[in-house]
Design a protein around this ligand. Structure first.
Ligand SMILES: [Fe+2]
Ligand SMILES: [Fe+2]
Length: 469
């Protein structure tokens, strides 16, 4: 029921207003003292105040100004007597909805109050629409967070803003232990009783109790927590429960999505770890085919990652590079052992067979959908920067960057490893070789990055190649 406060020092006018307005189904309070009017309003705001202008103690204008301080959107109707017209201008500035001239008829008051109530209703609807538009915008922002703490903080701040509550809190609910864990609250030391939290998660609608409104945070599948807002003093429990319910549902969906996403990410990581382990086993098996290639792929992998780190490549690029490096020579798996183990330099026709290994490797890996990016890198790890490499004779930047990195790492390991037909040339010799072939076989910026990384790490890295210097 709408509540109206009538303030007039004339008891007859107050009586008249009471009689007329009660017939409209409104709850009426009245006083002849503006100070009492302020107290009544403070303990619980009214929907409308009808006030006289000229009163002892305080004028109607002063009274309205004081009420406005507490309730900026307060609505007033002013009863004006003869000679009050100049004051009416001031009253309009204070947001008066309408005036009633003394003496007034029953119909005048009825019509004015009905009209103001209609306008207030309309305004209320507009404000609710505006609020739901704001909530819609807030929900977009909440639902695009990938972190539960951020989503909760943002959800609670919006709940407080829209309900004008003084305090708020979010608990997460652990279904296994039945315990509530506080995640965020304003102020920091706020707590809600367990009994209230339990009631909230068992109810389909928000619980309004002891100046607080609490609602379960949940998705269709599970209950995830409780959102509560609270009023310290006035308007206890007058928050729009629908707002609390809407924000709780948005938070529920968001937290559920974040948990699902984390779970999915963990599963993807497990599959990737498994894949990497299988790749390592495969690459070890390949390297073991010949005593001269033992550990080759793993070393190429660690050099490649050194270069990637130095060049500031992102996590995904490093992940692809790691797999490509471990598998880069997988195409040699079907190659005759006598070629791989040959103590002398290869004959031209034998070299032609070796040259097939990048594409053979790509062919072997093609059925594994996870490795399509890796295959591209492997296919071109023997292309030369000047276009003289194989299989496609690509040049410069048209060679994939990860292949250019792999090419440098691969050559460096070959130059710092023992071969049946020569002794280990040593790291300094290999660096000189990289430099002299930079721009021809190798991408200059990749060579530069590798040498920088090597110089920084060579003092403390435990690498076989460094021991060979
Ligand atoms: Fe190779
Ligand atoms: Fe290799």
């Amino acid at each position: 029921m709408k509540r109206i406060l009538v303030v007039d020092d004339d008891p007859l006018i107050r009586q008249l207003c009471r009689d007329i307005l009660k017939g409209l189904g409104l709850e009426i309070a009245d006083t002849g003292n503006p100070l009492e009017a302020i107290n009544l309003w403070s303990s619980s705001p009214f929907d409308l105040m009808i006030t006289d202008i000229k009163m002892p103690v305080m004028s109607g204008l002063e009274l309205m100004a004081k009420i406005k301080e507490k309730t900026p959107d307060a609505a007033f109707v002013v009863i004006t007597g003869h000679g009050d017209y100049s004051l009416a201008v001031e009253a309009i500035k204070l947001g008066v909805y309408d005036f009633i001239n003394k003496p007034f008829r029953r119909e005048d008051l009825e019509m004015t109050v009905r009209d103001v109530m209609y306008k207030l209703e309309l305004l209320n609807e507009i404000n609710r629409l505006k609020m739901f538009t704001r909530l819609h915008m807030a929900s977009n922002e909440i639902m695009h967070t990938f972190d539960i703490n951020t989503a909760v903080r943002f959800g609670l701040e919006n709940a407080l803003k829209e309900t004008r509550a003084s305090e708020g809190i979010v608990y997460l609910y652990d279904g296994d232990s039945g315990k509530f864990n506080k995640l965020y609250s304003i102020p920091e030391d706020l707590e809600l009783p367990d009994t209230l939290l339990k009631k909230a998660i068992e109810s389909d609608v928000p619980i309004i109790e002891d100046g607080s409104v609490t609602a379960a945070i949940g998705s269709l599948k599970r209950t995830l927590g409780v959102l509560g807002v609270r009023y310290i003093n006035e308007r206890s429990g007058s928050a729009d429960p629908e707002v609390v319910a809407v924000i709780s549902r948005i938070l529920g969906m968001t937290i559920d999505n974040i948990l699902l996403f984390k779970d999915l990410k963990r599963k993807v990581q497990e599959v990737e770890d498994l894949l990497l382990n299988i790749i390592k086993v495969l690459s070890n098996a390949l390297d073991a085919k010949s005593p001269w290639t033992k550990g080759h792929s793993e070393r190429v992998c660690s050099y490649s990652l050194m270069i990637a780190e130095e060049m500031g490549l992102d996590r995904e690029a490093k992940r692809i590079l790691e797999m490509a490096a471990l598998l880069h020579d997988i195409g040699k798996i079907g190659m005759y052992d006598y070629i791989l183990n040959k103590p002398d330099k290869l004959l031209p026709q034998e070299f032609e067979i070796v040259k097939l290994h990048p594409l053979k490797g790509a062919e072997i890996l093609r059925p594994i959908s996870h490795l399509q990016e890796v295959i591209k890198v492997i296919s071109h790890h023997h292309e030369h920067y000047d276009g003289s490499g194989y299989p496609d004779g690509l040049r410069g930047e048209s060679i994939p960057l990860l292949s250019r990195i792999l090419q440098v790492a691969d050559a460096f390991d070959a130059m710092t490893s023992e071969r049946p037909y020569r002794k280990i040339p040593g790291i300094n010799r290999a660096i000189e070789e990289l430099k002299s072939c930079s721009g021809r076989q190798f991408d200059p910026s990749t060579v530069e990055a590798f040498i920088r990384a090597l110089n920084r790490k060579r003092n403390y890295m435990d690498m076989r190649t460094f021991q060979a210097v």
